[in-house]
Write a protein that binds this ligand. Structure first.
Ligand SMILES: O=P(O)(O)OC[C@H]1O[C@](O)(CO)[C@@H](O)[C@@H]1O
Length: 463
């Protein structure tokens, strides 16, 4: 039986170009060198002590989530999901992969789903122009409840919703449990409240009620997402080292980073994977970009994630990938079997630029173009790997999401850093709180205000 996802790391190896690739002989040593770290990681998965395994406990919440999705779906034409970062990106990836980019424009029995993950006043105003707020259910997702962008959105939409006569009991809040504002509000409103496990970080929360509720509302069976994740989970635990996809890829990426490949590009060969690429960027960046390691040393760990779309970006950034700085490793993600395909008819047979298409399918062309891109990159000394998804299904997506979650956690172990915190984003939040006048940040405000003056820097003239 074909696996949900297959991983090919052959294009990470070369015997000749050892500056840019990994020699096979080195790879054979990795089991001895990194095997113990990987065994520890496997144990954390097996014993379910790794926070990413908390997703499997979320299976218990699925029956309630299904009921809630059904109730909302029957009552409302539209759903407005307010969230940012991990509270939105995973859901966007699920929606895009399983429904395509035009879900909200297609006719179907489910409500439309609008995901707002920014503060932009134009964006917010435009949404109000296309929905009827009184017939819209609001899902407010914020693990911490203190994220200022989502809180501001909620305040605004709650006010609009109330004014339009919306039922406050139908609002859904998804967050951590705790004695804090968001939980108090949920209690006060008497609305639906879904809690996510405390240790399941926001960027790892797509396989929890954060991703499951919107998925179910749009008709995606979240048990199938979780089943795909479980397959990968078991395979990481059971597969012997030399064939273990997670060990092989994770260790090679870490070794390539040591050779100066400081940028990790995910080149996704389907528009269905566009949002998945953005989910990957947050996961990789916030998990691995760390100044301090677990021993308190300054390490500035991490590689920079980028995402590209094939074939589209062959006509933009590929030039740089091939001929720019040799600081990148590229991962291709492609789909083996599309749910539909298009065979090109014969047209303009007398024109050589058009005649050769006859009888080819679009998926075949996309496949060839992916391979061509990989071949030219490898030929130019750029290491590549390839992930092939068996099909477009909740199982393959669940498998892919969990694979990358596990990949960052194992990679973080090699860097000896914590993949579950994000201290680097806290300072900016604190400045925002203080400058916006949050009461418990008032003491810090004068210092920040003084500092603001320094940011009226050097202004240049354009006209
Ligand atoms: O779900 P929350 O708590 O609103 O956080 C949103 C995002 O903000 C961060 O905490 C910081 O960017 C992310 O890790 C998180 O996904």
């Amino acid at each position: 039986m074909q696996s949900l996802i297959t991983i090919d790391i052959g294009s990470l190896f070369s015997e000749q170009d050892t500056a840019n690739f990994i020699p096979r002989a080195d790879f054979e040593q990795f089991a001895a060198q990194y095997g113990p770290a990987f065994a520890k990681f496997q144990t954390a998965l097996k014993d379910k002590t790794s926070p990413i395994t908390l997703s499997f406990g979320e299976a218990d919440a699925i029956p309630h989530i299904k009921n809630l999705a059904k109730t909302l779906g029957e009552k409302y034409d539209d759903i407005l999901l307010l969230g940012i970062g991990g509270s939105a990106l995973g859901t966007k990836a699920v929606l895009q992969f399983l429904h395509g980019p035009f879900y909200n424009l297609e006719k179907h029995a489910q409500p439309r789903l609008f995901i707002l993950d920014n503060l932009d006043p134009v964006l917010i105003t435009k949404v109000l122009g296309v929905i009827n707020i009184a017939k819209t259910a609001i899902i407010y997702t914020s693990k911490s409840g203190s994220t200022p962008e989502t809180a501001a959105q909620f305040i605004f939409f709650y006010d609009q919703y109330k004014a339009a006569g919306g039922r406050k009991e139908d609002i859904v809040i998804i967050c951590d449990s705790g004695d804090n504002g968001i939980n108090h509000i949920a209690q006060q409103l008497g609305c639906h409240l879904l809690h996510i496990p405390k240790n399941l970080g926001g960027r790892y929360s797509v396989l929890s009620s954060v991703g499951f509720l919107p998925a179910e509302i749009t008709g995606v069976d979240s048990t199938r997402l979780l089943a795909g994740a479980a397959t990968v989970h078991q395979s990481i635990i059971d597969t012997p080292l030399p064939q273990n996809a997670l060990f092989g890829l994770g260790t090679c990426l870490y070794e390539l980073a040591r050779k100066g490949k400081s940028i990790h590009v995910l080149f996704n060969y389907s528009s269905l994977l566009l949002e998945f690429g953005l989910w990957f960027v947050q996961l990789w960046a916030e998990s691995l970009g760390k100044k301090i390691n677990l021993d308190g040393q300054v390490v500035y760990a991490g590689t920079t994630p980028l995402t590209s779309l094939g074939a589209t970006d062959q006509h933009s950034i590929l030039q740089l990938y091939k001929e720019g700085p040799a600081d990148k490793v590229l991962g291709f993600v492609k789909i083996d079997s599309f749910p539909v395909d298009i065979t090109l008819p014969e047209a303009f047979p007398e024109e050589k630029e058009y005649a050769y298409f006859t009888g080819h399918t679009m998926s075949e062309q996309l496949d060839i173009e992916q391979l061509a891109t990989e071949m030219t990159l490898v030929g130019a000394g750029r290491p590549c790997y390839r992930i092939t998804l068996k099909e477009v299904s909740p199982e393959t997506l669940g498998a892919l999401l969990y694979f990358y979650e596990a990949l960052v956690v194992y990679t973080a172990n090699l860097y000896n850093i914590n993949p579950f915190d994000q201290p680097g984003v806290e300072e900016g939040k604190n400045i925002t709180y203080a400058l916006m006048g949050r009461q418990d940040y008032s003491q810090k405000r004068p210092d920040y205000e003084k500092a603001v003056a320094r940011y009226n820097g050097v202004r240049l003239k354009l006209s």
